[in-house]
Ligand binder design. Structure first.
Ligand code: ZN
Length: 229
């Protein structure tokens, strides 16, 4: 019998940690292979456990600003659609009314939502054996202790940081069961390799060069409109 794993991704942390992955490979920018990432982590857990690990679900937590002038939310919505439709993620996106303290508010929303789902799935019988946490936020520590007290095991996924940062999640005690996985150690595997191809816009039929691999393609002009049709 294989161990059932659910991956919980703090989307804003994963986005921020890209720069660590880039510098690891000596590059300025590349895309992360989101479809591959959860499976890659599960393989790593399976190796350290020496048991089969089956990926039950990938939960992704993110925010979207609702009132920032000049910010094109269409691109972000398409990205979340892509995660859901093409990568099979279960996305949990919260619309944040941007104020002066927006970053802090967005972070706390992600943490509360992630922690709530974490404890919920841990409490359901026979759904999850291992919780895989892709985040470095120490605010998640109490929820992880609770998950472990319910008999579930916890795997943390972080990235090495060169800067002197405040305490990360992996420095908290009694919250995990395996050695932390560092994403930057897997930078080359996490990097998305794909070619630019010409695709036809689903709305207007115009052809455009793109690296977009999602099911539906909308050209740069139609991208903002397709959500309203
Ligand atoms: Zn178009």
């Amino acid at each position: 019998m294989s161990e059932k794993a659910i991956v919980f991704i703090d989307g804003s942390w994963l986005y921020k940690c890209r720069s660590i992955l880039f510098s690891k490979l000596g590059e300025e920018n590349f895309e992360i292979d989101y479809a591959k990432l959860p499976r890659l982590i599960c393989e790593d857990v399976a190796n350290s456990l020496d048991e089969d690990v089956s990926l039950v679900r990938t939960m992704y937590f993110g925010t979207i600003p609702t009132a920032r002038t000049g910010f094109n939310t269409a691109k972000q919505y398409s990205f979340y659609d892509f995660l859901e439709k093409s990568c099979g993620y279960d996305t949990n996106i919260h619309e944040v009314d941007v104020g002066g303290d927006d970053n802090r508010m967005a972070g706390s929303w992600v943490n509360v939502s992630l922690a709530t789902n974490l404890v919920y799935y841990a409490a359901l019988p026979n759904v999850m054996d291992i919780a895989i946490i892709v985040s470095d936020d120490p605010d998640l520590a109490p929820a992880l202790r609770r998950v472990r007290s319910l008999g579930k095991r916890v795997q943390l996924v972080e990235a090495h940081s060169s800067a002197a940062t405040p305490a990360t999640l992996s420095s908290c005690r009694r919250i995990d069961d395996f050695p932390t996985i560092y994403l930057d150690d897997h930078a080359a595997d996490v990097k998305l390799i794909r070619e630019r191809i010409t695709r036809t816009c689903k709305l207007c039929g115009r052809e455009e060069e793109t690296t977009w691999a999602g099911t539906d393609f909308y050209c740069s002009q139609c991208r903002g409109r397709h959500r309203n049709v």
